[in-house]
Design a protein around this ligand. Sequence first.
Ligand code: PDD
Length: 279
Amino acid sequence: MIVHLNGRYLADRDASVSPFDRGFLFGDGVYEVVRAFDGELIEAGRHWRRLERSLREVRIAGEKFAAEQMSELALRLLEENGLKRGHAIVYLEITRGSATPRTHHFPPAGTAPTVFAYATPFAPFDGQRINGVPIILAPDERWGRCDIKSVNLLPNAMAKQAAVDAGAWETVFVRGGVVTEGTSSNLFAVIGGVLRTHPATHAILGGVTRDVVLETARASGLTVDETAFTVAELETAEEAFLTSTTNDVMPVVRVDATVIGSGEPGEIARRLGTLTAHS
Ligand code: PDD
């Protein structure tokens, strides 16, 4: 695989990052995951805008990472890896760079951020989408700035493993009785005929797919309300679905032991999934 590291395109086995990199020592970095189909990046503008915002919020010098450069980098990775046909994913991470000795405070001004990116083929989760998936709930023990797409993902990794252990597709977090989002996805529910999802506050990552689904839902005449819902409301929902770059619109048919709606993918999930499909 040809990867990008700090301006160079090279084989992954030849790419190395300093052990003093702050991404490694502190999780001091941000990232994006972008889909591509037939060599075209999907919603690249929204992803790069969110990357710029994440960089700004954590005060990593972002001016070098303009949208056009990020797109150029991602497209070159698709090209270098023979991914100009079919589905692919580009992962891009920027950390605060490497400096010794290790200090909690930021390294000296002028320390270059580390930029790493790779592209891989991707197989959309079509089978899961047809049948819908089970999810489990867990306490949201993450920090208070989940709106920043930071590589500090230990609570997300722990919670996702709990889903795998339980034979579920995703773990969805609950904070103070309110459903926030999944470990790497947003959650929607249709409650009393209204499409609801947690508002884009500091408590969730404002998903690109979430935004596209909200716009598509409004344009198709659905009643939409960005108001958080409780676990009790979710359990009585007519339908529910996850959204993310990799999931697209993924129907949820069970939450822990509770069957959602008819136990089959709901009509609204199906419709929004079709309207926002990439191929
Ligand atoms: N995850 N919430 C969290 C915590 C996420 O990590 C993600 C994305 C989303 C959905 O965002 P989007 O629609 O922009 O993909 C919501 C990516 C895909 C990942 O970590 O792999």
